[in-house]
Design a protein. Structure first.
Length: 135
C-alpha cells in the first residue's frame, strides 16, 4: 500500500479594488454604518473574487480539499510619512474580504481547519487588496 501522492499547490493572485476602507476594531463609527460598510465590501469583493475564480477555471472548494493558504496585502494610498495600519487591526480589516473569498468558492470555510491566513500592507495608488490563494 503506497501513501497518497501530494498534489502540487498552485498560487492564484488577483486584485480586489475597494471603494471604502474596511473598518477595524479601532474605527470610530456608528455600528449601523460599520455594518453597511462591511456588507458593501463583502458583496463587492465576492462578485470580483467569483469572477476571478471562474476566469482562472478553479473549481469551488470542497470540504476534503485540505488546507489552503491565503495572503491578503492591503494597498493604501497615503502621504509620505503616514503610519501603516496597526498589525493587530489587519485581521478585523480583512474579515469581510475573507468572508467574500468563502462566498466566492475559493475556500470551503474561513475556519483555521481549512485555511491559514497571513496579512501584509503596502503603499500604492488605489485602495485595494491583493489576494493570493494557494490551493
Amino acid at each position: 500500500h503506497m501513501p497518497p501522492v501530494p498534489r502540487p499547490m498552485t498560487t492564484h493572485s488577483f486584485l480586489l479594488p475597494l471603494m471604502v476602507d474596511p473598518p477595524t476594531a479601532n474605527s470610530r463609527i456608528h455600528w449601523r454604518k460599520r455594518a453597511q460598510v462591511t456588507a458593501s465590501v463583502r458583496q463587492t469583493c465576492a462578485v470580483i473574487a467569483r469572477s476571478e475564480r471562474n476566469r482562472l477555471h478553479v473549481a469551488a472548494a470542497a470540504k476534503g480539499d485540505g488546507l489552503r493558504k491565503v495572503h491578503l496585502t492591503f494597498v493604501r494610498p497615503g502621504q509620505r510619512g503616514a503610519h501603516p495600519v496597526d498589525g493587530d487591526a489587519l485581521p478585523a480589516k480583512g474579515k469581510p474580504i475573507l468572508d467574500s473569498i468563502v462566498d466566492a468558492g475559493w475556500l470551503f470555510s474561513d475556519s483555521t481547519a481549512y485555511v491559514t491566513v497571513t496579512y501584509g500592507q503596502e503603499r500604492g495608488d488605489q485602495l485595494s487588496v491583493w489576494v493570493e490563494v494557494t490551493c
